[in-house]
Write a protein that binds this ligand. Structure first.
Ligand code: BEZ
Ligand code: FE
Length: 288
């Protein structure tokens, strides 16, 4: 460690250089970052060559980002940082639905959809009906709440990943809860899929000998007046990778059965014939 004549280390000097930061929260965040980065370098004995590799990796991560690809979010996800941020900011109310990561595919505006609409525009996979209730932690339904939904298709790809094979907005929808706080829509049963591995994050996963798969899920961002917005997933029970999600985002309370259902009247409501899968999920929001 380099120590100057006054007994000060480069860490002390770098931290002191931030004393003039006007915003106290920004000062706290920058000071913590410098302290932890310096501790990391000391603890690992980081070499010059390793530092250059790290800078090259972060540069490539930035260069891989586009309007529809967020490699930095994925890097945060596979290192468990995104999920830790969720956990640190979890709702205090134990009755509220657990939150989980946003992920990198909430990159386009979801099309506004009517009640009971389908979000499976390509008609690919096994049909399912998703029946949601949005309510406050005290049980009160939340009419007018908005539920933004996005999911991969039956082959495990989001619309923005396969613009040649999927129409824009496939697997996406923006719904408004009815007088009972209910939102229903038709989709296809999601499947497990690998996160994109053709960029720097893939290089990292391969170097670590890790698989890139996420268990089957549907994403939601839920907003309602007077409540904390909720970012969460619904996971398909019984699927692969529930215990080894590449981004550490599974919470057992978010796993639901997709039950095989034969109900001709309900099927007709959703333009279906024959059997389909039905899942029910409560989205419970904490008051602000
Ligand atoms: C996703 O669920 O869409 C996702 C989350 C983290 C990394 C990659 C994909
Ligand atoms: Fe996803």
């Amino acid at each position: 460690m380099t120590i100057d004549a006054t007994g000060s280390t480069v860490t002390d000097e770098a931290v002191r250089s931030l004393d003039t930061t006007a915003d106290p929260r920004l000062r706290e965040l920058l000071t913590g970052l410098v302290r932890h980065l310096h501790a990391y370098v000391r603890e690992t004995g980081l070499t010059q060559r390793e530092w250059e590799r790290a800078i090259g990796f972060l540069t490539a991560t930035g260069q891989a980002c586009t309007g529809t690809r967020q490699e930095f979010v994925m890097l945060s996800d596979v290192l468990g940082v995104s999920m830790l941020v969720e956990e640190v900011n979890s709702p205090d109310d134990p009755a509220a639905t657990a939150s989980t990561v946003l992920g990198p595919f909430h990159v386009t505006e979801s099309p506004v959809r009517a009640p009971d609409a389908t979000i499976d525009l390509a008609g690919g996979g096994e049909p399912c009906v998703v029946d949601l209730r949005v309510r406050s932690a005290d049980g009160t339904p939340l009419p007018g709440a908005t539920v933004d939904v996005w999911q991969a298709d039956g082959n495990g790809f989001y619309d923005v990943q396969r613009p040649d094979a999927q129409p824009p907005g496939n697997g996406r929808g923006l719904f408004t809860a009815d007088a009972e706080g209910r939102v229903r829509f038709r989709s296809c049963v999601p499947s497990a899929y690998p996160i994109p591995t053709d960029g720097p994050v893939g290089v990292l996963l391969r170097a670590a000998g890790r698989h890139p798969y996420r268990p089957a899920h549907i994403h939601f961002v839920v907003t309602a007046k007077g409540h904390v917005p909720l970012t969460t997933h619904l996971f398909v029970a019984g699927g692969d990778y529930l215990d080894s999600d590449a981004v550490f985002a599974v919470r057992p309370s978010l796993v639901r059965e997709f039950v095989r259902t034969e109900d001709p009247a309900l099927a007709r409501t959703f333009g279906l014939t024959g059997a389909f899968r039905l899942t029910r999920f409560d989205l419970v929001l904490e008051r602000t």
